[in-house]
Design a protein around this ligand. Structure first.
Ligand code: AGP
Length: 627
């Protein structure tokens, strides 16, 4: 949930850390801090609020440091070149400066930044306090600073101290430690929380996400669970739980720097909405080279043997990713004639689910780090099911806890509200459904060819959907943006789209929404309707379109306002709607991939009209690594 960055090398650490945190801020933003080490001392600055507050605090600290160092001349040569930084999203302890990271030991000689949860922190805290440790925060994270310090006294060696500390920690975490007595060293460890190494020329980075150092290097080393990594300017040493040295290759990520910037758009979310044609093209492209089918094999990631003998598909996911799973269900059932269950991951694992051999469990998670989804995948795997991960992040935990991975290739998504990763998840579900259908012989070659051709056209159709959409969405926002409640309705493949549209609006505009199967409206939600209610109806092509049209009439009859997403040229739907959001025609099973885009843009337009920060909605984080 939090963001971590670390630097060791010849350059001034402070700017690099702040830049890294700026790129990580979407991971957690209730407080932030940095500690830098050099010239025989550690300096630390923490601030509550977004990163701007930390920048102010660091700026304010600078003249003081200049004075201590004897003026600006000294600053350049004495600038600390080792440091750690953190953005926090509170889980244990209130949002206060004392609870912000970095945390230090009592003697202020060991500083740490931590992501995740130390489950046994109370027992450790009691023990360390009895030994004289003075705790200054309410966090579980602080215990790591004292624990490392405790072991450092005994070993006199930071890597050994971190290794000993890791042996005592329970929970899921990633952390980086530095010590006053070892100025050119950072030591990091991870267990089920993200942490990677960035490899520069004579310098190294730690970060919880590659984005933090992407502007400095694209060369990455992945860290496995349970490993301790010792970082020095000229290299990284990877140690397993027993302290044995491990080899780790350097890989190059293909995200360029520009993908981490807004690229001329006013927000990351808007940029990412407009990147959807390209993202889907990347995701679908080489997998649909064959006219009458798709190829999913990817060495080291996905082997088609995983699809052999599958009797049932179970999808586990959270939030938007869950909605992608719901859409995939229609395609797999219809094309591959396989039974599909879809489950909210946070519920699944506590249900004692009946799952095992013959089941293909698909964990969908853009971040690859969502704790509930990972736990659901783990339960299924333990019970003998094959587990497939659909994720956007290479090297993420989901890729390690599965038997195969299908990557969405959406590129870096910074906006907390998932947009391009969602359409890519949906695209991957279509690809999976098509491949299963081919392997099972449930779709003839002509139908497969038609669907492959439609999928290949998706980037173009997404581009058409986006044309002029901003203006139409602004119009809807102008007429309804002040309303306190929106109802979303859909049937068949339109239902998951309605669910996703409602989630998008509530998460970025803070307007209450409800999403319902349109046929269920008469069983309750219809009581909510009056002259002030905007009702968004997903009314794109489907086998039940006429029934949707009669639901729209039921809404209008109560004086509520119908805003319809309709397939181009469908005048029957247009006649029943006050406002129309048109999408191009494609096969009805594929319509959700287009139909969601107007709903993203309506949510966006309303949130912006309300002056809200759409990239960082309150209380939400991009990666949810807590239960
Ligand atoms: C999406 O807009 C949300 N921010 C959220 O529901 C998200 O989809 C959910 O937390 C799952 O995340 P994941 O895909 O990284 O697992």
């Amino acid at each position: 949930m939090c963001g971590i960055v670390g630097y060791v090398g010849p350059r001034a650490a402070q700017e690099l850390l702040l830049e890294g945190l700026q790129r990580l801020e979407y991971r957690g933003y209730d407080s932030a801090g940095i500690s830098v080490l050099g010239d025989g001392r550690i300096e630390s600055v923490r601030a509550v609020g977004n990163l701007g507050r930390l920048l102010d605090a660091v700026g304010a600290a600078e003249p003081a440091r200049k004075a201590v160092d004897g003026g600006a001349v000294a600053l350049a040569t004495l600038a600390p070149t080792t440091g750690i930084g953190h953005t926090r999203w509170a889980t244990h302890g209130k949002v206060t400066e004392a609870n912000a990271h970095p945390h230090a030991d009592t003697a202020d000689r060991v500083h740490v930044v931590v992501n995740g949860i130390v489950e046994n922190y109370l027992a450790l805290k009691e023990r360390l306090a009895a030994l004289g440790a003075g705790f200054t925060s309410q966090t579980d994270a602080e215990v790591i600073a004292h624990l490392v310090s405790h072991h450092l006294e005994a070993t006199g060696d930071l890597p050994a101290a971190v290794q000993a500390a890791v042996g005592e920690l329970e929970g899921h975490y990633a952390f980086v430690a530095m010590a006053l007595d070892e100025p050119d060293v950072l030591v990091g460890a991870r267990n089920e929380c993200p942490l990677v190494v960035g490899v520069g020329e004579g310098e190294r980075f730690f970060a919880s996400a590659i984005a933090a150092f992407l502007s400095q290097t694209r060369r990455v080393q992945h860290i496995e669970d349970g490993e301790v990594v010792v970082l020095r300017p000229d290299g990284a040493t990877f140690l397993d739980a027993a302290g044995a040295e491990m080899r780790r290759e350097v890989t190059e990520v293909d995200w360029d720097e520009a993908t981490a910037e807004k690229g001329g758009f006013e927000t990351f979310m808007l940029k990412e909405v407009h990147e959807q044609p390209e993202a889907v093209a990347e995701t679908v492209g080489d997998r649909t080279r064959r006219a009458d089918g798709v190829d999913l094999t990817e060495p080291g990631a996905f082997d088609e043997a995983l699809l052999e003998g599958v009797k049932r598909v179970v999808v586990v996911a959270c939030g938007t990713s869950y909605h992608a799973g719901l859409i995939g269900r229609y395609a797999i059932e219809s094309w591959a004639r396989l039974s599909v269950e879809t489950d909210i991951a946070s519920e699944y694992r506590y249900r004692d689910p009946v799952v095992g051999e013959g089941d293909l469990v698909v964990g969908i998670t853009q971040s690859g780090e969502t704790r509930d989804t990972l736990a659901a995948m783990r339960v299924a795997r333990e019970r003998g099911a094959k587990v497939l991960a659909i994720t956007n992040v290479m090297g993420s935990q989901a890729t390690r806890e599965s038997d195969g991975v299908l990557y969405t290739r959406a590129g870096l998504e910074i906006g907390v509200a998932a947009t391009k990763t969602f359409v890519c998840q949906v695209a991957v579900m279509y690809l999976l459904a098509l491949r299963l259908a081919e392997l099972r012989g449930t779709l003839d070659a002509d139908r497969r060819s038609a669907l492959v051709a439609d999928l290949r056209r998706m980037p173009e159709l997404l581009g058409q959907t986006l044309e002029g959409l901003g203006k139409v969405a602004d119009g809807v926002a102008a007429r309804h943006g002040d309303k306190g409640f929106f109802l979303y309705l859909g049937r068949h493949v339109g239902l998951p789209v309605a669910l996703e549209g409602a989630l998008k609006l509530k998460e970025i505009s803070y307007i209450a929404t409800d999403a319902y199967a349109a046929g269920e409206m008469k069983h309750g939600p219809i009581a909510l309707l009056d002259e002030s209610t905007p009702v968004v109806v997903v009314a794109t092509d489907s086998p039940v379109l006429e029934k949707v049209a009669s639901n729209m009439q039921e809404v209008s009859a109560r004086g509520a306002h119908v805003i319809a997403v309709a397939t181009e040229g469908n005048e029957m739907i247009a006649a029943h709607a006050e406002e129309l959001l048109r999408v191009p025609r494609t096969d009805w099973t594929l319509q959700p991939l287009l139909a969601v885009v107007p709903l993203q843009m309506v949510a966006y337009a309303i949130a912006r009209r309300r002056g809200l920060n759409v990239d960082q909605p309150r209380n939400l984080a991009k990666t949810v690594t807590v239960e």
